[in-house]
Design a protein around this ligand. Structure first.
Ligand SMILES: C[S@@+](CC[C@H](N)C(=O)[O-])C[C@H]1O[C@@H](n2cnc3c(N)ncnc32)[C@H](O)[C@@H]1O
Length: 259
């Protein structure tokens, strides 16, 4: 199902202004965990090494080669200037979806749909759960065909894509969650990385996260929002992870970490 909202230059104006202001007050790289995957599993109370983690490598290379066979260039900046998911981020989404066995995953930022695909693959293997993703309508006509191209038809029955800005759509989804008494078990932020937007999305997610839920946030070095959020929420256990190519960082916030 697709819900669309129109995106005007006026709607984009606050984001442009915020980007300009925040450029002067950027975040910075944070000390990362030396062994983030082990730590993620320990915080979930799961065994390490993890069998699912090994399965990831074959799945990931299969997805990338099927996209390359379609003539797509993949990587940083390749989707209208946005990055495709880094393998370390994608692997974390895959393992977290396996171990949390989420009833509901909410994601912002789909692009070609790499993180979406990994979460939906794990949901299919779990045999339960669904996913709601939010992304803007594509800004260039050529990109329309590429949105979520990594998500095959057989994985779409548990998935709903909503088109519009997270700032506009998350409140609507929040109402729907409240109406049906639902919580979010895994939240994935990979949309607009301004501090203003990350804070907005994290506050939205944290208020709806289940007792054992996790929020994962890409590109945390682009603002101070991740650190500020973790400081302001003593019930959040933060873990900082380096991207596979070392050029960016992502963070995980565990609501109830196993001691
Ligand atoms: C970094 S890409 C997402 C990468 C993706 N998760 C993957 O696995 O490859 C960022 C995406 O966020 C979307 N986006 C940017 N600003 C947004 C906003 N305010 N609300 C929702 N989506 C947004 C862009 O259209 C783009 O598709």
């Amino acid at each position: 199902m697709t819900l669309s909202t129109s995106r005007s230059a006026l709607e984009e104006l606050p984001n442009r202004l915020v980007r300009g202001i925040e450029r002067r007050a950027r975040g910075r790289r944070l000390p990362a965990s030396p062994d983030p995957e082990r730590e993620q599993h320990e915080l979930l109370g799961e065994a390490w090494p993890c069998a699912e983690r090994d399965e990831f490598d074959g799945l990931w290379s299969g997805i990338l080669s099927s996209l390359r066979d379609l003539g797509l260039e993949l990587g940083r900046g390749c989707y209208g200037g946005w990055d495709d998911a880094d393998p370390a981020l994608a692997r974390s989404v895959w393992c977290l979806t396996h171990h949390l066995r989420p009833g509901l995953v909410v994601e912002t930022g789909v692009a070609r749909g790499l993180t979406t695909r990994l979460a939906l693959e794990a949901i299919a293997r779990n045999g339960a759960g669904r996913m709601w993703s939010v992304d803007l309508p594509p800004k260039a006509p050529g990109l329309a065909d590429q949105t979520a191209i990594a998500v095959p038809p057989e994985l779409r029955n548990r998935w709903r894509l909503l088109r519009g800005a997270s700032r506009n759509l998350l409140p609507i989804l929040g109402q729907e969650l409240a109406d049906h008494n639902l919580t979010v078990d895994l939240f994935v932020h990979d949309s607009l990385h301004t501090g203003r937007n990350v804070r907005f999305e994290l506050e939205w997610a944290w208020a709806r996260l289940s007792a054992t839920g996790v929020a994962i946030v890409d590109d945390i070095e682009q603002s101070a929002a991740f650190t500020a959020f973790a400081r302001a929420h003593p019930d959040a256990r933060a873990l900082v992870c380096d991207a596979a190519d070392g050029r960016s960082q992502f963070g995980c916030l565990f609501r109830r970490a196993v001691q």
